[in-house]
Design a protein around this ligand. Structure first.
Ligand SMILES: [Fe+2]
Ligand SMILES: [Fe+2]
Length: 210
């Protein structure tokens, strides 16, 4: 009975993984802003595309973390919170995907790797228990917020459409963090937070180029 349940969970997780990585992301809400595009030079368009590719991979990784955590979560409430968080990241993923296509660029070729690695890290984090797992959400969202601040500073001034997407994402990441704190998320030890930052830097550094 128990092993049948785990097999169902594993199949559902695999189905989610394949959809996230290989199917076009479908947003439940329209792309924010819709601001008219300022004139972008070829160099600016390349820079915007590189940054949006990083953000696209980041949203995929966030979704994978939450899928991995949800698979291992002990309480149904924690699992529901994680699946809801993953659904919100799917809108962000779809918006970044749309914007990337508008900029004439493709997503990171390494997305299957980012998904698989993040899923494993999420599952590992969840083994430490639900409060730690929720704390992991808090820290992930806090780091994504910092990362988006950096990108908002680097985005070409004329790219109002990408800016509107990132600003909406930033506001929603803050809300996700608040929800996870309210659900009992514990602050993670400093070495774990530092390790998370280093791991994220590998992905953001690579997805900029590939
Ligand atoms: Fe997000
Ligand atoms: Fe988020």
């Amino acid at each position: 009975m128990e092993s049948g349940r785990s097999l169902d969970d594993a199949i559902a997780a695999l189905d989610r993984a394949l959809r996230s990585v290989f199917a076009p992301a479908r947003a439940a809400r329209p792309v924010p802003g819709g601001a008219a595009e300022g004139p972008l030079s070829a160099a600016q368009q390349r820079e915007s595309a590189a940054l949006m590719r990083v953000n696209h991979s980041g949203e995929l990784a966030a979704q994978a973390l939450y899928h991995g955590q949800a698979l291992i979560a002990r309480s149904p409430a924690t699992r529901a919170l994680l699946m809801e968080a993953a659904r919100a990241e799917n809108d962000h993923l779809a918006w970044c995907e749309t914007r990337l296509a508008e900029l004439g660029a493709r997503p990171s070729l390494l997305n299957p790797l980012w998904y698989a690695g993040s899923f494993a890290i999420g599952a590992l984090a969840a083994l430490a228990g639900d409060r730690t797992s929720l704390g992991f959400v808090v820290e992930t969202e806090r780091q994504v917020e910092g990362h988006l601040d950096e990108h908002l500073g680097r985005l070409p001034v004329g790219d109002r459409r990408s800016r509107a997407i990132l600003e909406t994402m930033r506001a929603e990441e803050i809300a996700h963090g608040v929800t996870a704190v309210a659900a009992g998320g514990e602050r993670l030890p400093a070495p774990v937070r530092a390790l998370m930052r280093r791991t994220a830097r590998v992905m953001t550094g690579t997805a900029y180029w590939v």
